[in-house]
Design a protein around this ligand. Structure first.
Ligand code: ASP
Length: 463
């Protein structure tokens, strides 16, 4: 007899089972006591005797018992295990629970979020949160299998690295061995994945953690998030778009069968068209916004390669240039527009593709520049000084040793799930997100460093 998840009991009528879990609701009927035993797969009703009276909700217990079919009129159609119950033969209390600081029943939306984040390990017990994490795990597993089948290699890239700008502020980590120098946490693996193409990997992906120090929003977590980062060599834009479209269409069918995609193939719309027609580059094309199961995907393409540089583009260039990349500085210009780079940069279209779902940008990517002279021109146009060019000289050097044409995309896994599930915030699909103010509440991070640590790093705090 092996341990079972509670939802497996339903097929065990007449069998003795061993179950572990948490005590949910308790219904005391004098001589007999009913409890809902809960684990991450759901709940099962357990019938016990007077020894069950000592239980409190959220105690962790072991139960050995006999699975019995419920009489027809006691069947609970709302429960996966509603056709059976477990008659307890043995009960062990493994650990007692104090009264909880937040309830774990219900959807939890009405509880103060800071409090939910402080007690996230309890918050995740709520079935909605457990479900979200299960769906996330299933989605990434699906992606891994799908891409492996197509010959993609999953490759990790460094977290302690150098700046890879994606339009946000970097997180810096001081180096002990090289005092006064800093690593930057990657805003994405962009440069590494391009270098993997130079290395001949041809099809790469990674379920990658990205770090960006930018203010949180409904659809953006503070600090870090997860992308499906992928890159391919010897491809055109259509190949990347088709791959991502097929992958996400199959994923929705498999993991979210109750959802329906309103238009296939997904419409491909030019930036100019969507801006004129909808006033946004991520239009919500759902036919019926009241239908929670409608998914409306589209592609926005033909973005301008540059926008006019503004204050917020402080991290690009010397601050004197007129142009900032619309996507990032590695995006290739449309081949028909290359000559315009010298004459009228704002008129150049880029080979960028944004994946849009129900009004959210859930992914972005592009065909990359692979010609060192064009890359140098883009660096000049965005106003890089010699120092800044040196920071990216490894890319230009690598492109000198035989570089395949390449491109890719990076859909955000949390962003995609939050949109598909219609959750009110992206934090609802993350296990331990930062709260406002960038705090990881469970751990009370960030926290001060000790004097010894600071000394070793050669850092003095001005307070
Ligand atoms: N690195 C890009 C991003 O994080 C995606 C890409 O161009 O593939 O948005």
């Amino acid at each position: 007899m092996k341990n079972l998840f509670v939802d497996q009991t339903v097929s065990q009528i007449g069998e003795e089972v061993r179950l572990y879990g948490w005590v949910g609701t308790i219904r005391d009927h004098k001589k007999i006591v009913f409890i809902d035993l809960r684990d991450r797969t759901g709940i099962v009703q357990v019938v016990g005797g007077e020894e069950f009276k000592v239980l409190s909700t959220e105690d962790v217990v072991y139960i050995k018992g006999l699975v019995k079919k419920r009489p027809e009129k006691l069947v609970n159609p709302k429960l996966k295990t509603g056709t059976i119950e477990v008659e307890a033969k043995e009960l062990k209390i493994i650990s007692k629970a104090l009264p909880l600081p937040i309830p774990v029943q219900g959807d939890g939306y009405d509880i103060d979020e800071e409090r939910r984040l402080k007690y996230r390990y309890l918050d995740i017990r709520r079935p909605r949160m457990t479900r979200n994490l299960i769906l996330k795990s299933k989605s990434t597993m699906f992606i891994r299998n799908y891409l492996a089948e197509l010959g993609f290699l999953e490759i990790e890239t460094p977290i302690l690295t150098k700046t890879t700008p994606e339009g946000a502020r970097d997180f810096l980590v001081p180096s002990r061995l090289q005092k006064g120098n800093f690593y930057a946490l990657p805003q994405s693996p962009q440069q590494y994945k391009q270098l993997l193409m130079v290395a001949g990997i041809e099809r790469y992906f990674q379920i990658a953690r990205c770090f960006r120090d930018e203010d949180p929003r409904r659809d953006r977590a503070y600090g870090e998030f997860t992308q499906l980062d992928l890159e391919m060599s010897f491809v055109e834009q259509n190949d990347i778009i088709t791959l991502a479209e097929d992958l996400f269409t199959s994923l929705v069918k498999e993991i979210f069968p109750e959802k329906h995609i309103s238009q296939t193939p997904w419409p491909r719309l030019s930036h100019k068209y969507v801006m004129e027609k909808y006033g946004t580059d991520k239009p919500d094309l759902r036919k019926n916004k009241a239908d929670p199961n409608e998914l409306s995907f589209s592609w926005t393409i033909d973005f301008p390669l540059f926008s006019e540089q503004s204050e917020k583009d402080f991290f690009y260039g010397s601050g004197k240039a007129k142009f900032a990349p619309s996507h990032h500085m590695f995006t290739a210009p449309h081949p028909d527009d290359v000559l315009l780079l010298d004459k009228n940069p704002l008129k150049v279209r880029g080979l960028q593709h944004d994946m849009v779902l129900n009004g959210y940008e859930v992914g972005g990517g592009s065909i990359r520049i692979h010609q060192p002279e064009i890359q140098k021109k883009v660096f000049d146009l965005i106003g890089f000084n010699e120092e800044q060019k040196k920071q990216f000289s490894h890319m230009l050097e690598a492109f000198g040793y035989g570089v395949p044409p390449h491109g890719g995309i990076a859909p955000g896994i949390d962003r995609f799930l939050f949109t598909v599930l219609g959750e009110p915030s992206i934090r609802e699909v993350m296990a331990f997100p930062a709260s406002s103010g960038g705090k990881i509440s469970v751990m009370e991070a960030p926290s001060p460093a000790s004097d010894g640590q600071l000394k070793e790093l050669g850092i003095k705090i001005n307070s």
